[in-house]
Design a binder for this molecule. Structure first.
Ligand code: WTA
Length: 692
């Protein structure tokens, strides 16, 4: 205890080198083994001094207040934003306990605001109109563009007016199927400005996935571009949209307008297939509209967007985020987790098609008046140094990415990094999956020259913003740990019976009270919202993740405990992949598991039983993979098809995935008890076929 207290005390007084020596001494006294000398990594004295939260003590002070009096904590922050009308006296209301009735979360109800206004007009009014809002870097080096806050507002207003002129009203859905062009955040903001609900679909999803989403949210309009260029590849997006729109109209949902941006660097207008009565070229119609567009003022609880994500069942879930709480939460988490200052230049490599792009490419940074880098291309084009070339070009200070990108660059050697200066960098960030300590160290030592703290942010589509994250400058980091909960977030770890466990432990990660950025429902299916997230452990929101907490309270995420896998930071439901496989006429049955992968974190491993009489063949393998690409998208293609004469099932017919996972990762001596299987012989057959 003495050693512990001293460590904290010294750290608080900014005596980092002493703290570090003392923690090693403490380890020796306690007979503990520290993984390496880098086990605790302290922010520099200078960094801490200038940080928004400069010590653990200060964090605790703020954290405790956020927990003891959330209403006043969040009201004070919300007051810094523009509200047409202030929220009702009751700042929030919640019921997270399914046993007490309907799950119901509200924040700032009765408050009238607009997130687009807060991102743009408010920053312009405070004198930042000429500040760069977006630096856009094209796929090809040398192709770039930028927009100031003034220019961005003009562009947003033009599109907002176009949408209004074409009948899009408050509450209507808009499907956005665009790559990382300026037009993507412009579209999101234009929808928000008029109170329309955007639903961005990642441009890597297939036509079938697009159909599914169109059928679910019945958009007034679909916004896309004709084609995209990623690296050397050209992808014809319009063709995908055409086929999705024709299929959904055959199924009773027709969309009358498809606004298409002509991305002529990828494909000429003339080469694009066109349906005159339905399609409009963005460049022909949007610039004609006025650059002034009144804001549609909305209630804090009016929906802002829908974003489909994968769960344990086949059908993607439409996660609904509302306006007020999401706005306050993304802005605040962005500011503190990256220690954002107005002079920063911020680059997040995520695509706006995922939640990270929503909260931390678009809304969070723009609400803070930040300068954001938007990159169209891929990290290895024209070579593996592209990221650092971009960092140097724009003098990026905060760089936020996924462990999979870190690992893929790490493999290519340090020289791709070290030939660039990277002097501008001051904070790094990681998201999407647990970052393994060796990738963490490479990121820290090589990319950040051992100078930049790493914010390893744990959160989810459902949580809207960061839940567990370091506050750079406030406390020492441990490679691979997301550290401590953000303000207002009461994380708990529960055992399999749903009982909270204290201190050093491992279990299921849950949250006890609502936070402003929480999702409010699943689109059109509140019951599924309640059963998926609030029934497993009554009284709590269940994240689906496993987590352990060390003796010092640091959190270590251990990955999903449900049937969701995380491939290169992309969240994929095994059930979705299985249903894509079994839709193949020659597939009788399929079971999908995730296996560890050096670069992607996890990769998709599929056990497939062909229809009786169909032989295993390379052609069949290829066409099964193709089936997944067509039903979901290329990013969900299985890396391995393992032929299975049968699948290991219990006598009641349940597939034993535990056994499949062990076979897939070749941990054959850990198969456990197989005698309870309906046909134990199946396991031997699978092992025999493992490398065929
Ligand atoms: C995983 C992405 C460990 C986790 C923002 C979660 C992480 C899922 C981290 C959500 C992290 C995200 N450390 N695991 N820092 N960040 N995850 O909805 O399993 O695409 O449940 O949101 O990603 O994925 P989603």
């Amino acid at each position: 205890d003495l050693a512990n207290n001293l460590t904290t005390a010294l750290h608080l007084r900014h005596l980092p080198s002493l703290t570090s020596r003392l923690s090693k001494l403490k380890a020796v006294i306690l007979g503990e083994h520290l993984a390496s000398d880098d086990d605790l990594i302290l922010p520099s004295h200078d960094f801490s001094q200038k940080a928004h939260v400069s010590s653990f003590e200060k964090y605790l002070e703020m954290y405790n207040r956020s927990i003891e009096d959330p209403a006043s904590f969040w009201s004070d922050i919300a007051s810094e934003f523009y509200w047409k009308k202030k929220w009702d006296q009751q700042v929030y209301s919640e019921n997270l306990d399914i046993r007490k009735g309907k799950i119901d979360i509200e924040w700032f109800k009765g408050g009238i605001t607009n997130i687009c206004y807060n991102c743009l007009d408010k920053n312009i009014e405070s004198g930042n109109g000429d500040k760069i809002a977006i630096h856009w870097e094209g796929n090809e080096p040398g192709v770039d563009d930028s927009l100031t806050y003034n220019q961005l507002l003009d562009r947003v207003c033009q599109l907002a007016n176009y949408l209004k002129d074409n009948g899009v009203k408050k509450g209507d859905s808009v499907i956005v199927y665009l790559p990382m062009l300026m037009e993507l955040p412009i579209t999101m903001l234009a929808c928000a400005r008029i109170g329309a609900v955007h639903s961005v679909v990642f441009a890597g999803f297939s036509a079938d996935s697009l159909v599914q989403r169109i059928m679910d949210c019945k958009p007034k309009i679909v916004i896309t571009c004709n084609a995209i260029k990623r690296g050397k590849k050209i992808i014809n997006l319009k063709e995908i949209v055409d086929s999705a729109l024709s299929e959904s109209s055959q199924n009773g949902v027709s969309v009358d307008l498809c606004l298409t941006y002509a991305n002529e660097s990828a494909m000429k207008k003339e080469a694009t297939k066109w349906q005159k009565e339905r399609d409009a070229w963005w460049q022909d119609v949007v610039p004609e509209c006025s650059t002034k567009c009144d804001v549609e003022w909305v209630d804090a609880e009016d929906p802002l967007f829908l974003l489909y994500t994968s769960g344990s069942t086949g059908k993607p879930k439409g996660v609904v985020h509302t306006t007020g709480g999401y706005m306050i939460y993304t802005a605040t988490t962005f500011k503190y987790a990256f220690d954002y200052k107005p002079s920063d230049v911020y680059w997040c490599t995520a695509d706006c098609g995922w939640i990270t792009g929503h909260s931390y490419v678009a809304y969070g940074p723009l609400l803070n008046g930040a300068t954001v880098v938007l990159y169209e291309g891929v990290p290895n084009y024209p070579d593996f140094g592209r990221c650092w070339d971009i960092v140097d070009k724009y003098k990026v200070t905060i760089f936020y990415t996924a462990p999979t990108l870190v690992r893929s660059l790490m493999r290519e050697g340090d020289e791709h990094v070290t030939r660039y200066s990277r002097k501008s960098l001051r904070v790094l960030g990681s998201v999407g999956e647990p970052i393994n300590p060796s990738a963490w160290r490479w990121f820290f030592n090589v990319v950040g020259d051992s100078r930049c703290p790493i914010s390893d942010t744990w959160w989810q589509t459902e949580t809207g913003g960061f839940m567990i994250t370091p506050l750079p400058g406030a406390w020492p980091q441990r490679p691979g740990s997301a550290t401590f909960p953000f303000f207002g977030v009461q994380t708990v770890i529960v055992d399999e019976k749903g009982k909270e466990i204290e201190g050093e432990c491992s279990g299921y990660l849950c949250v006890k009270k609502s936070w402003p950025g929480a999702f409010r429902t699943l689109y059109g299916d509140h019951e599924r919202y309640e059963t998926t997230y609030f029934s497993a452990f009554p009284g709590y929101y269940f994240s689906g993740d496993g987590c352990s907490r060390d003796k010092d309270g640091y959190h270590w995420l251990t990955g999903r405990v449900d049937d969701v896998i995380n491939v290169s930071g992309h969240r994929i439901g095994t059930a979705e992949v299985e249903s894509a496989l079994v839709s193949h006429p020659q597939c009788a049955e399929a079971a999908v598991v995730g296996v560890e992968h050096e670069v992607k974190g996890q990769s998709i491993y599929a056990f497939v039983t062909p229809v009786e009489g169909v032989p295993y063949s390379e052609d069949l393998r290829k066409s099964l993979v193709l089936s997944v690409r067509t039903h979901i998208g290329a990013f969900a293609a299985p890396d391995k098809i393992h032929w299975a004469p049968g699948l290991p099932k219990t006598r009641s017919g349940k597939i034993m995935r535990r056994i499949l996972r062990k076979i897939a990762s070749r941990q054959l001596d850990e198969l456990g008890d197989t005698t309870t299987l309906a046909d134990p012989h199946v396991v031997d057959q699978l092992i025999e076929l493992a490398d065929s």
